[in-house]
Design a protein around this ligand. Structure first.
Ligand SMILES: [Fe+2]
Ligand SMILES: [Fe+2]
Length: 283
């Protein structure tokens, strides 16, 4: 996509993820790797270890006793949870909590993203997709393209905010008008650059247009619906002047009835209330 290459070439120093993240993603797929192997690799990064233990011991996981070592955490939560906590911690440390733009509250966008992450995890458990931790990360990074714009393409971002103010449109509509592309394209590009799993990339790419996805349709539908729930429930603020639209096909895809949805929303709200540890991880 020519527009995308032109745009991202203007970014001088995009945050890279520490090499350890890539190592952990690869190690988790390898059946020959033991808990202590994984713990040993991660323990090179002392601040990452303390972040993992903080998350594991937080109200969000609500474990009955305190976990004091990484090996213990790996045994109790499993490799996938550890991998996704590592990805979460690294995404958070790659960006700042607050932006410099007075018209855009980045912290609120992070809250919206955490709401979407929590909702994605609850939905993925409900439909037994089998990868709740991965759904969490997909939800967390679904709007990362907006943060890239805010942090690295300031002038363009200002123009997008102008269009939102003038025309009372959604973020995506304003981005399309100014840039010829939107945060879904930027987010997909970044997830690819960071070697995130394909289903996370696809969920980011199609979270506003699930009907256009060709693979990992359930994950895409989950993040689409979770984004809407996070907005409707007032978890943070995703920006833009339009509410979330829900693609009707997602209900079928996930086979969730209206009755079930209200139960799920209660569960999502409870989980969201316990999720403050994630916001605390931001710089
Ligand atoms: Fe979005
Ligand atoms: Fe969003």
């Amino acid at each position: 996509m020519a527009n995308l290459h032109k745009l991202v070439s203007q970014i001088q120093s995009l945050p890279t993820l520490p090499q350890i993240v890539q190592q952990v993603i690869t190690m988790v797929e390898d059946p020959g790797v033991s808990s202590s192997n994984l713990a040993k690799t991660i323990s090179i990064d002392v601040s990452l270890v303390s972040k993992i233990l903080k998350v594991v011991n937080s109200a969000y996981y609500g474990l009955p006793r305190k976990i004091s070592t990484l090996t213990q955490a790996t045994v109790i939560l499993g490799f996938n949870s550890i991998k996704n906590i590592v990805m979460t911690a690294s995404v958070f440390s790659a960006f700042n909590k607050n932006g410099k733009n007075e018209r855009f509250d980045r912290k609120k966008l992070w809250e919206h993203s955490i709401g979407c992450a929590v909702a994605s995890k609850v939905l993925s458990k409900r439909i037994r997709l089998g990868v709740p931790e991965e759904a969490f990360v997909a939800g967390l990074v679904h709007d990362i393209g907006k943060i890239v714009l805010d942090q690295f393409l300031h002038t363009k971002f200002e123009q997008v905010l102008d269009v939102i103010d003038e025309k009372k449109v959604s973020f995506r509509e304003a981005e399309n008008e100014v840039l010829g592309l939107n945060h879904c394209h930027i987010g997909e590009w970044l997830c690819d650059k960071w070697n995130f799993p394909k289903q996370i990339q696809e969920a980011v790419a199609f979270h506003h247009s699930p009907g256009r996805a060709e693979k990992n349709l359930k994950m895409v539908a989950i993040v689409h619906l979770a984004n809407a729930i996070s907005r409707l429930e007032g978890m943070g603020d995703g920006g833009g002047k339009k509410g979330a639209e829900i693609d009707v096909k997602c209900w079928e895809m996930l086979s969730i009835s209206e009755e079930e949805l209200s139960e799920l929303i209660v569960e999502i709200q409870e989980e969201y209330e316990k999720s403050s540890v994630f916001l605390e991880m931001l710089n």
